[in-house]
Design a protein around this ligand. Sequence first.
Ligand SMILES: Cc1cc2nc3c(=O)[nH]c(=O)nc-3n(C[C@H](O)[C@H](O)[C@H](O)COP(=O)(O)OP(=O)(O)OC[C@H]3O[C@@H](n4cnc5c(N)ncnc54)[C@H](O)[C@@H]3O)c2cc1C
Length: 626
Amino acid sequence: MPTEPQTLRCDVLVAGGGPAGVPCALAAARNGARVILCQDRPVLGGNASSEVRMHIVGANGTGKFDRGEELVTEAREGGIIEEIRLENTVKNPQRSASVFDLILYDLCRSEPNLDLMLNTSVVRAETEDSKITAAIAVRQSTEDRFRIEAASFVDCTGDGRLGAEAGAAFMEGREAVGTFGEKLAQPEADNQRLGSTILLQARKHDREMPFEAPSWAREFSREELRLRLYATPGEEEPTHEYGYWWAEWGGTLDTIKDNEIIRDELLAVTLGIWNHIKNGPAADDFQAQNWALDWIGFLPGKRESRRFIGQHILTEQDVLTSQPFPDAIAYGGWSLDLHPPEGIDAPDIEPCVQTPVPKLYDIPLRCCIARDVSNLLFAGRNISASHVAFSTTRVMATCATVGQGVGTAAAIAAKREILPAELPESASALADIQRSLLRDDAYLIGRNVMAENDAVPHAEITASSEQENGSAVLVCSSQSRSIHGQSGAPGDRCEAGLHRWISDPEEGFPASISLQWPNNITITEINLVFDTGMHRHLTLSHHDGYTSKMIWGQPQPETVSDYSIEVREKEEWETLVEVTDNYQRQRRHHLSAPKAVRGLRIIVRATNGIDHARIMSLQVNALEFG
Ligand SMILES: Cc1cc2nc3c(=O)[nH]c(=O)nc-3n(C[C@H](O)[C@H](O)[C@H](O)COP(=O)(O)OP(=O)(O)OC[C@H]3O[C@@H](n4cnc5c(N)ncnc54)[C@H](O)[C@@H]3O)c2cc1C
């Protein structure tokens, strides 16, 4: 390999293309930064990729409990992760793990400001005056070495490799009760963590499929697996299509340094469980005679390794009391979900203990900025959180919202030519970040930073018809979702209501909403947000039972599919935009040239299922209000 590295330059380097890194890189690029995304594997997605195959969950599922009531608690994440989920459900009805890889690859490859470097590992950082000057990356497949200079460096590697190389402070293991005053913490601190898991997929055939376990597979008794889901026949409907998240091991070791040992033992564990199902004493009850292994992971899904120390450390109390943070860039809602580090070797302990988080909670930007390296940010499972708080922030849709928040913040730091570490002190930078996130359909609890150049609040708004509580003016209401239900946002930081225009089904289609301004204005962009049923689960899962809770393989029925946007300067209406077959929640229509208008209307001709039109939010950017 040549010793002289090639020098590359960008505004934001994102290391790691997992559930946090992909939205982070996309958000930074879409907010105007030149971005390089280095991903050490040939595919994107981290634990959600075809190499691991975990399903993405977030604030609307809380493990054993649900947080999604129609038109009351729409807790599913918006923004880039919603775009990915909707793309996946429509383009991947067959639930192929590889098609999901392709969807992420396509999104990154199609982003003009983003250079995706696959098979490229970040291995070193150069620093000066507590600042990273360059990251060194290696691509073994082409024997290339790169020196990447950037204004901001974002560590989305899960393990925190980039930050560790830069000397950033981090935590590992479990803190004691006294460390942060957390009730769910350990009596004594230790160096143990959540373990890793290898998943499998099996397929049913039309004849018996024998399985012979390798000599090194572990043996399990019925007694040892009695607390594990699906491991006791008769307790649940026998289901074998998707593996066992509780086949967990390695949490008592170093999940980075011992990763190879952990992989070998996890293969022995996972195949041992499969052997128990196929050939064990209760094999007949499992009804798995015709089932055969289709896929087994070779890359351990890693839950926990380093957690950086940022400008703030998120704790159990922050989460359970929904502590408001002025620098919120994301939110969470999954339960505090702790597992015994011994995993499968602790047969008498439940594989997870989930403490529900009563309300959605803020994740501040300061948890994503290094305390001691001024241009280092992080997103994903390595953010600055105690072990207990990490147990909720670690789920992938939450990692994705943090990724989008951090990518947006990094781009705004680059635009303003300030260090990421300075962002939380700048009220105007924070307002800029939060405004950009809300414009891009992220949800921030209680935040209503209206776009400064939005002409909608200045218009007279009418509709062809409307339902009670669904009047046309709600397209510019304070929220673009209902979130007031008992497990939604804290009551003092949300408003009850439907927060969308809803047309009357009796009036049928087309249904239209019209805006009229007293004088001509010059518009540049129209930003629409449609309803995508955010109270429901929506994620690629290889588990049939979980998938049956969703509307998978098609657009969501609430979503407007066919619409046009018309404008007029005087009397004549002119069609600006005509869309058919839409399934996305957010559609931004940027005009090729500014346009003088006095009236604008959205004409909805069809939805993907329901008998009336719904628009959550409408922004019309105009030069007059800039
Ligand atoms: C078995 C298991 C079950 C889980 N269950 C769920 C669940 O049901 N739902 C859920 O939402 N979450 C679940 N989680 C948690 C979730 O998967 C992780 O917390 C989440 O994937 C973290 O996202 P991330 O982007 O921070 O890290 P990762 O997913 O680990 O992604 C990091 C990425 O960075 C890349 N990378 C690493 N080092 C480098 C480097 N030096 N240079 C370049 N690239 C690098 C990796 O290849 C990877 O793609 C589970 C985790 C495991 C292991």
